[in-house]
Ligand binder design. Structure first.
Ligand SMILES: CC(C)(COP(=O)(O)OP(=O)(O)OC[C@H]1O[C@@H](n2cnc3c(N)ncnc32)[C@H](O)[C@@H]1OP(=O)(O)O)[C@@H](O)C(=O)NCCC(=O)NCCS
Length: 161
């Protein structure tokens, strides 16, 4: 059987800031990626609140993945937060997830964040492995974080300046 990463991408993926016209494609990727997808309004609202840290990856002009990042200022520290990340199944394992997270991290650093935080389902071992490879560590768990009662791991990466 041929696995997705063995099929060459049609062209080199490219990361750019998300635009309102991307929302339809983002919602479609979300629906095939998560059991409890965000709806369109949440994606649109996030674009208003976090325009600088919200990116899509395109391949041959089509949206192949997205990352919704946010900045949180506690007064003492500024943290980046990866709120949502997904890549269309047929585009996975070609480095697009890494490109999206790396771009969001660069923007977080530009905006003076000292660390990045995210939540991931305890059952989502593929994503946990992906984030571990990108330098994230499990820091603690949150009971019943998700709507279906599933627990989350909080993972963090600290920037070294
Ligand atoms: C997590 C997710 C975003 C990763 O996206 P991706 O584009 O597949 O990520 P990458 O290709 O950068 O890296 C994934 C893997 O592909 C491997 N890879 C990257 N380029 C590759 C290539 N050219 N050939 C083979 N493997 C490759 C990486 O080493 C990595 O390996 P791993 O899975 O064993 O850790 C994607 O799996 C996804 O959308 N999952 C569903 C949604 C989800 O769980 N989101 C996170 C919620 S917190």
């Amino acid at each position: 059987m041929i696995r997705p990463h063995e099929i060459a991408l049609p062209s080199q993926p490219h990361v750019r800031r998300a635009m309102p016209t991307d929302i339809g494609a983002i919602v479609a990727i979300e629906k095939v990626s998560f059991p409890d997808p965000w709806d369109q309004n949440v994606f649109l609202e996030a674009m208003t609140y976090y325009p600088t840290t919200y990116f899509v990856a395109t391949c041959d002009g089509a949206v192949a993945g997205f990352v919704v990042g946010a900045l949180e200022d506690t007064g003492e520290n500024i943290y980046g937060h990866i709120c949502n990340l997904a890549v269309l199944p047929r585009f996975r394992h070609h480095g697009i997830g890494r490109m999206l997270v790396t771009r969001a991290e660069h923007q977080f650093a530009i905006e003076l964040a000292t660390a990045v935080q995210l939540e991931v389902r305890v059952s989502n071992t593929a994503a946990q492995k992906f984030y571990h490879r990108m330098g994230y560590q499990n820091v603690f768990g949150i009971d019943s974080y998700y709507a279906n009662g599933e627990d989350a791991f909080v993972m963090m990466k600290w920037f070294r300046f």
